[in-house]
Design a protein around this ligand. Sequence first.
Ligand code: ADP
Length: 416
Amino acid sequence: MNILVVNCGSSSIKYQFIEAESRTTMAKGLVDRIGMSGAVLTNTRYDSDTIKLTGDILDHGMAIEYVLAVLLSKNHGVIKDKSEIHAVGHRVVHGAEDFAGSVLITEQVLQSLRDNIELAPLHNPHNIRGIVACRQHLPTIPQVGVFDTAFHQSMEPRAFLYGIPYIFYQKYKIRRYGFHGTSHFFVSSRMAEVLDTPIESLRIVTCHLGNGCSMAAVKHGQSMDTSMGFTPLEGLLMGTRSGDLDPQLILYIMGKEGLTLSEATTLLNKHSGLIGISGESSDMREIENAMEKGNPKARIAFDIFCYRVRKYIGGYAAAMGGVDAVVFTGGIGENSVRVREAVSTGLEFMGIDFDPALNAEGPKERIITRPDSRVTVGVIPTNEELVIALDTMNIVNGGLPPTMKNMVKNRALEAL
Ligand code: ADP
């Protein structure tokens, strides 16, 4: 079954055209600068044939039209007719408590997404735009929504409720939701395959370290806890986001500096994290380069970053009553030898026998602990698009999507 996987941002659309049974990506690309001058579509076919088109792409509808035109193109395309697209799978950032799994998109589902816009004002409106555009251009083709939050709906109230008056959970749905769910699902499932052990008997800590960073405690295939919270701001230090902090300090800074709500939001989301501390860059490669040149602020930004990941590994091991495996993924997790080393050395006390040589080089997917290590640490490249394609195929076929195999009933507390 051929699935078009679509991930819509505010001014960009990432897409992949995947033959789901064979897990083959036939084409992938990016439409960038939608609604701005000089929009660009870059498409790469399975045989590395790459084309770049520039022009005025005014909105998401037009962008989808361009994507379809490229997929159908005689010289650069992969299909001859639209009917060869059998379904569309959409990445949707926020499913709130309404969606504990992937879902066929109906009018009612679209309405629920619109109702949840307040919870993800930066993401859901664009995701909805992408869905509407695909329904317009592919009206007879089923569309499926796969949510970043769904995998974490298995968390228990003790993990998802905050220590604020309960009324705010009821009134405004304030709770931990967690994000990067498809990635945490994918890499934990893959780690179980690598270990040749059923995921139902494993306790895995997953570290998704990219521009946005989050970790999850995946116990027996279910997310038990995760570091991002009500929004993707909580938890680890990130490229431009602060992660965990004392909530009182932001009120203090707002008072001192006379900041508005929106200025404070920008401060925490765009000017904090690696860039805020180092003053250099939000990009880990550049932080490492600056560190090498002796930049002390880059060094401390790097140290804080790694220290937090380490603390969460310990915390999640305690939460799960032990740990069998740790997985690194995302741009930093997959590529930064230094970050993995700084996080993983000196953890012999908890059964991690880290091997610097295996960490330094090897295939993209590999184990970086010694063979006798009680806890296995691995690097596993994430593949969120494949998760979306497989879930979409299974929903369209009326089966149980892979992400929902270990799903428990949504643990929302509305009844209290
Ligand atoms: P996103 O969260 O936007 O998907 P990615 O998962 O691509 O981002 O991760 C981007 C991060 O990965 C950046 O901080 C980048 O510097 C980092 N990164 C990529 N390659 C390397 C590398 N070789 N060494 C260190 N960091 C890297």
